[in-house]
Design a protein around this ligand. Structure first.
Ligand code: ZN
Length: 309
């Protein structure tokens, strides 16, 4: 198993606590992401200027609202909200699992039609340790929330195939990359199966957890490995690990394609929960990375904004 050749830079000088949910906005050439437990939504423009809006809550995704340049669909604990960036006003649109104390949203993204998909998880007692199968996977069309899957432990890594026929999903604690058949006109999923099992592959270290995920125009999956320090490139048809991108820190959380040609990877990472000696040996822990691929010619496609249906 070989590492790809690439050039890695940091986008800003900040070491975030737990960067997550990167979203490249192709129209504005800006990268949006969250610092989840700090409660900050960030946006970084092409000059590296990093703006943020802060809340005293856990925030896990931010997706631009189609047709309203200052609005975003975001999570706040177990709520789906509309954020007005200029005023910082946050209005609640929907919530899930309010009867399940401690449950909250994790990764969220929009499908090709612009519906929001986001999964949940129970509270961790320590990193990666939490009650099993207490979460779910939900979609939101702007009015109604639909529960799309249950028995989820730690929801992550949503992405869709270019032909819109498949949806990929990750349960980090189960260490499974799943695939569903996806119906883009109705916004439904079916036929869940394990596509790639971290528990059964000798190329995967025993501490590596699959986290965020994206897809390229060749249909290959790119999977961030929390506690693995790398991004795996997986062929979902052959169900085979092709190669990987090695990052200079271990807690890699998520990624997306961005840049003018959609051929740069934006990668979030965490410094949270790293012991002091590892923080010293990993001075870039928590950075937002920009990865220029050199040995592989890969590019992504434009990420969907939120469009109320
Ligand atoms: Zn994640």
């Amino acid at each position: 198993m070989t590492a790809q050749r690439c050039k890695i830079d940091t986008v800003t000088d900040t070491r975030y606590d737990l960067g997550e949910g990167p979203h490249w906005d192709a129209k504005r050439s800006e990268i949006f992401f969250v610092d989840a437990f700090v409660g900050d939504f960030h946006r970084v423009d092409s000059t590296g200027n990093d703006q943020k809006v802060h809340f005293d809550n856990v925030v896990t995704f931010i997706v631009p609202w189609e047709g309203e340049p200052d609005s975003f669909v975001v999570s706040k604990n177990q709520h789906i909200c509309k954020l007005d960036w200029k005023s910082g006003a946050l209005s609640e649109l929907a919530d899930v699992e309010v009867d399940m104390v401690g449950n909250r949203f994790n990764d969220g993204k929009c499908d090709p039609q612009g519906r929001l998909w986001a999964g949940t998880m129970a509270t961790e007692t320590s990193p990666g340790v939490l009650p099993a199968e207490r979460g779910g996977l939900f979609s939101f069309n702007g009015t109604n929330v639909s529960k799309q899957a249950s028995k989820v432990t730690l929801s992550n890594g949503l992405t869709w195939s270019l032909d819109q026929k498949l949806m990929f999903f990750i349960d980090s604690v189960k260490r499974h990359v799943y695939v569903f058949d996806f119906d883009n006109s109705n916004g439904t999923i079916s036929n869940q199966r394990v596509l790639y099992d971290f528990n059964k592959n000798q190329d995967i270290g025993q501490h590596e957890l699959p986290d965020g995920m994206t897809i390229d125009t060749d249909g290959h999956l790119w999977v961030a490995c929390y506690d693995g320090g790398r991004i795996l490139r997986i062929d979902p048809v052959a169900e085979k690990l092709l190669d990987y991108v090695q990052l200079p820190t271990t807690k890699i959380t998520s990624l997306c394609f961005g840049g003018a040609n959609l051929d740069t990877l934006y990668v979030t990472s965490a410094s949270k929960d790293l012991p002091q000696e590892q923080l010293q040996s990993q001075p870039l822990a928590g950075s937002l990375f920009e990865v220029k691929l050199e040995s592989v010619n890969a590019k992504g496609y434009e990420m969907a904004n939120f469009k109320p249906q």
